[in-house]
Design a protein around this ligand. Structure first.
Ligand code: PMV
Length: 334
């Protein structure tokens, strides 16, 4: 296919929520039930290039392979949204690759759609400020709204439904200057999860009797978390993050039928985190829609925490992350 526009290339990093997004109030617009708060990482980036082409269909290359099925459809649907906003009809060539594992609860969809939103908006000449880009990324994957920004980021639930909800549900950075924690990522399974977060969220909100109580407590967790970040109080940040994540998993476990992302290896790591705390090391766990565990601690303690987790056995591999940057456009070439 002939190239008709410049190539826009972007890089975006995953983020890990310290107060989770779990449940949508509007599935089409990706409006969340509650606000959430995350830390953008400096590992596992997604690099994506988008160029407008003169051809009959979008071409999508994902991790070096031509994408098909649901993966391709999800990207195409997102490009359709970008084209609708831009008033354009041409197809695109998308080349995207993840430095980290895909679909393993390691926020590949967050970095993925933040990178795609950034590159696609540029390729289709949509002039969006970061807030509008965050709202756009949200439509690919809710958590992607937060990966538009670096550091500590809050994603507002927004007010109202429809257009009002869409306008008011965006992410923004919240400071936390002077806080420089580490997040030790303990990967116990690189495979793609059996149940997508989208399906699991839908089932949880619809059937778990624990969902409403968790959502109500999560609103309070978010307010407390913002205070703890402003106070640069890492132990309190860790305590809130750990209880919020365990509560989210309680809502999944009590869906009908129950959904369980935690594996025996996840539990072994949770036990190790408790043992580290008993030894006076401030380490706190958070877990997303997968069995991998992320452990929040100080930069100084990270080598010890990383070595302790890596020493558990062959079933675990570790990577230590720190605060990472905002999504960015790297090149635009003719
Ligand atoms: O945006 P999604 O569909 O990848 O959902 C993210 C859900 C969690 O990772 C479990 C929580 C979060 O806030 O990132």
């Amino acid at each position: 296919a002939a190239v008709t526009g410049p190539t826009a290339e972007s890089v975006a990093y995953p983020n890990i929520a310290l107060v989770k997004y779990w449940g949508k109030r509007d599935e089409d617009l990706f409006l969340p039930v509650t606000g959430s708060l995350s830390m953008t990482l400096d590992i596992f980036p997604t690099t994506t290039s988008v160029r407008v082409i003169d051809g009959p269909a979008d071409v999508v290359e994902f991790n070096g392979v031509t994408a098909s099925g649901a993966e391709r459809t999800r990207i195409e649907t997102f490009l359709d949204l970008v084209r609708a906003k831009a008033g354009r009809g041409e197809r695109a060539m998308v080349v995207t690759s993840n430095a980290g594992p895909t679909g393993a609860g390691l926020a590949s969809s967050a970095s993925g759609f933040a990178a795609l939103a950034t590159a696609a908006a540029a390729a289709y000449e949509l002039d969006l400020d970061p807030r509008a880009l965050s709202r756009l990324a949200r439509r690919g994957s809710g958590s992607a709204s937060r990966s538009i920004f670096g550091g500590f980021v809050v994603w507002h639930a927004g007010e109202g439904e429809g257009e009002a909800g869409d306008q008011s549900s965006f992410a923004e950075p919240i400071g936390g200057d002077g806080l420089d924690p580490a997040l030790v990522v303990a990967v116990v399974n690189q495979g793609t999860k059996a149940v997508s977060s989208r399906v699991a969220m839908r089932a949880t909100t619809a059937t778990s009797p624990f969902y409403r109580p968790w959502a109500e407590s999560s609103v309070l967790d978010l307010a407390e978390m913002r205070k703890a970040i402003a106070a640069r109080d890492l132990p309190t940040i860790g305590e809130i993050a750990e209880r919020n994540a365990l509560g989210m998993h309680a809502t999944m476990l009590t869906a009908r039928p129950g959904i369980r992302y935690l594996s025996p290896h996840s539990i072994a790591i949770l036990d190790t985190v408790l043992a580290l705390r008993a030894d006076g090391i401030m380490a706190y766990a958070t877990i997303d829609a997968g069995p991998n565990v992320k452990v929040l601690c100080s930069r100084a303690d990270a080598p010890h925490v990383d070595a302790t987790l890596a020493g558990l056995g062959d079933f675990v591999t570790t990577r230590t992350a720190h605060i990472g940057p905002a999504a960015s456009l790297t090149t635009t070439s003719p």
